[in-house]
Design a protein around this ligand. Structure first.
Ligand SMILES: *[C@@H]1O[C@H](CO)[C@@H](O)[C@H](O)[C@H]1NC(C)=O
Ligand SMILES: *[C@@H]1O[C@H](CO)[C@@H](O)[C@H](O)[C@H]1NC(C)=O
Ligand SMILES: *[C@@H]1O[C@H](CO)[C@@H](O)[C@H](O)[C@H]1NC(C)=O
Ligand SMILES: *[C@@H]1O[C@H](CO)[C@@H](O)[C@H](O)[C@H]1NC(C)=O
Ligand SMILES: *[C@@H]1O[C@H](CO)[C@@H](O)[C@H](O)[C@H]1NC(C)=O
Ligand SMILES: *[C@@H]1O[C@H](CO)[C@@H](O)[C@H](O)[C@H]1NC(C)=O
Ligand SMILES: *[C@@H]1O[C@H](CO)[C@@H](O)[C@H](O)[C@H]1NC(C)=O
Ligand SMILES: *[C@@H]1O[C@H](CO)[C@@H](O)[C@H](O)[C@H]1NC(C)=O
Ligand SMILES: *[C@@H]1O[C@H](CO)[C@@H](O)[C@H](O)[C@H]1NC(C)=O
Ligand SMILES: *[C@@H]1O[C@H](CO)[C@@H](O)[C@H](O)[C@H]1NC(C)=O
Length: 501
């Protein structure tokens, strides 16, 4: 090669030499070979600082130096025969990146060491991997702050530092990464940067979940119009959710703001999020009504609004949410149940539902779990309740003022809680028709007696049955139960296997 720079060479010779060089390169990629060898040596040197249990990567050995592209966890670019990807996920690696020499890996596009026990700092030298498009350091033990040099990785499309012990301020220079579509910094101890310096319009997936972020909703997010997934849960954000979230982010499929301190209203513009499948606004301080427009988000499968200060009626439009399987609206001040269809899980515990349950509730045939604990329902439960619910396993009507007319059709029920109601009369022998019941709580009612029921049958019939102590005394027949089974002042817990009779 040095001959190319020999001034005494004639031009034609030079040309010939140059052509020959090109030919040589294409036939015998000498440079590639030497850089592949440098890369292999760098990997071996790093490997020697790691511990694995059990030890994998037997192909990574000095005797196999010339077969780098066949090493496990390594892929090569077919043109240069140098390393293009390193995928060391889930290999139970313990060690650091301190001794990883990034310099030779000029063609690396993917570096994935997720789900290991790599600790220490993320080296700033990682910024030299200028072709990197995919960087996944998630689920490790990295600590310290995010090196600002990551912002030199301008080809990056996927960056996950999820679930490490990173702390400090998120470098605003990350906004220099123009191509990042997937950014996950969740489950660390990261703090607020100056969000006004951020702009990442190419984002499609963004999670800052479970960090130490405070103050207002990061405004730059409202310009990430391609977002389909947004998770800011488990931080300490305050203030209103900007309406632009609902008007600009029309591609959102998941919106998770769970466990922050967002205040104010859920605007009617939420109905513009037509692609929304999962909405979790639990545990904030939202204090509006539920806008009827939520019923326009017909692709919702999961809706969780529990633990806010929402008030007013449950809009009947929610019955349009034909795909919803899990609706959790507990701990609010809601006062009506609409026509809900296709639900599997209905959790309305600790609201202010009052009056009678709508007759239509019996027709939610898909219900597996209903929790109406802590409302102010009165009247009686529809007599056909349960008749069409083939899969109902859990039902709590506790802390209401309700009286069941008949609940004998709930063959599959495993858990039934009727405590703290105003049930009167006798416990019916029909209890015996709950073939799978393992827990029945009838405590804190005004049940008179267990007359007409053969006590042995009842004892055999109910496992984990809790009845009020007075009821227990009234029911002379139950004195056979041993006193040590009285676990609390009012509760008598009997542990007998349930058998149908
Ligand atoms: C991972 O490595 C640790 C020791 O470093 C070992 O105790 C553990 O069993 C390993 N786990 C698996 C799944 O191999
Ligand atoms: C993480 O790695 C361990 C082995 O160390 C493996 O058993 C586990 O399935 C992995 N988890 C995921 C989510 O890949
Ligand atoms: C948003 O997505 C569209 C369609 O995939 C794409 O053409 C556009 O460039 C993206 N916008 C940004 C800012 O990345
Ligand atoms: C939710 O946030 C509160 C503080 O606002 C905290 O005490 C609580 O532990 C958080 N819940 C979870 C599940 O982390
Ligand atoms: C909701 O809370 C905000 C302050 O957090 C207050 O200004 C507003 O009046 C409240 N709205 C309702 C309907 O209670
Ligand atoms: C609703 O979900 C289905 C299946 O996930 C999908 O094919 C469809 O495009 C979605 N519709 C909207 C409006 O997002
Ligand atoms: C609710 O269901 C009942 C009975 O099918 C029907 O009469 C009523 O119009 C429904 N209400 C709405 C808002 O769909
Ligand atoms: C519930 O469904 C049954 C059987 O399909 C039907 O006869 C009844 O009218 C429905 N009840 C209500 C209130 O919609
Ligand atoms: C429950 O409803 C009754 C009758 O409508 C009402 O008098 C009572 O105040 C309500 N209780 C609560 C806690 O809302
Ligand atoms: C409960 O049983 C007693 C004794 O058999 C009977 O006199 C009483 O009428 C029953 N009460 C009701 C509400 O069925």
């Amino acid at each position: 090669m040095s001959s190319m720079h020999n001034p005494s060479m004639a031009a034609s010779q030079k040309l010939y030499a140059a052509l020959f060089h090109v030919l040589l390169l294409s036939l015998f990629p000498l440079n590639a070979k030497s850089s592949a060898r440098t890369q292999a040596e760098a990997l071996l040197q790093w490997r020697s600082t790691l511990s694995f249990s059990p030890p994998p990567l037997s192909s990574w050995s000095r005797s196999n130096l010339n077969n780098l592209c066949k090493w496990t966890a390594v892929s090569c670019s077919s043109t240069s025969q140098t390393v293009s990807q390193i995928n060391l996920g889930s290999l139970n690696i313990t060690g650091t990146l301190a001794h990883f020499n990034f310099t030779p890996f000029t063609d690396l596009t993917g570096f994935d060491i997720q789900n290991n026990s790599v600790n220490g700092a993320i080296p700033s030298a990682i910024g030299s991997l200028s072709k990197l498009t995919h960087l996944d350091l998630s689920v490790n033990l990295f600590e310290g702050s995010i090196p600002v040099e990551i912002s030199q990785l301008t080809e990056l499309q996927y960056l996950s530092l999820y679930n490490n012990n990173l702390n400090g301020i998120i470098p605003f220079q990350l906004a220099n990464l123009p191509k990042v579509r997937h950014l996950d910094l969740g489950a660390n101890y990261l703090e607020n940067p100056d969000w006004s310096k951020f702009s990442m319009p190419s984002l499609e997936y963004l999670s800052f979940s479970l960090n130490e972020l405070t103050a207002e909703f990061p405004h730059f997010i409202t310009n990430c119009r391609n977002l389909t997934f947004l998770d800011l849960s488990l931080n300490k954000f305050t203030g209103q959710i900007p309406e632009l979230v609902f008007t600009n982010l029309g591609k959102l499929e998941t919106l998770n703001l769970y466990n922050n301190s967002f205040q104010g209203n859920i605007p009617s513009s939420i109905g513009q999020l037509k692609h929304l499948e999962k909405l979790d606004l639990r545990n904030n301080a939202l204090n509006s009504t539920i806008p009827p427009e939520l019923g326009l988000c017909t692709n919702l499968t999961y809706l969780a609004l529990a633990g806010n200060h929402l008030s007013g009626e449950l809009p009947l439009s929610l019955s349009n949410l034909a795909k919803i399987a899990d609706m959790g609206l507990s701990d609010n001040s809601l006062s009506e149940v609409g026509n809900l269809t296709m639900l599997q899980i209905l959790d309305l515990n600790t609201n202010q539902l009052h009056g009678e349950l709508p007759q239509t509730i019996s027709n939610i045939t898909s219900l597996t779990s209903i929790n109406l604990f802590g409302n102010n329902l009165s009247g009686s439960i529809p007599s056909d309740f349960g008749k069409y619910m083939r899969s109902l396993e859990y039902a709590s009507f506790s802390y209401n003022r309700e009286v069941p007319q008949s609940l004998t059709s709930l063959k599959g029920l495993e858990y039934l809680d009727f405590s703290d109601n105003k049930l009167t009369g006798n416990i019916s022998k029909e209890l015996g028709s709950y073939e799978k019941l393992s827990s029945l709580d009838l405590s804190h009612n005004n049940l008179a007696a267990f007359s007409k029921i053969n006590p042995q049958e009842l004892l055999m019939a109910i496992q984990d049955c809790a009845v009020k102590e007075e009821d227990y005394h009234n029911a002379q027949q139950l004195t056979v139960a041993s006193p040590q089974r009285i676990t609390k002042r009012f509760l008598l817990v009997l542990s007998f296997r349930f058998v149908a009779y």
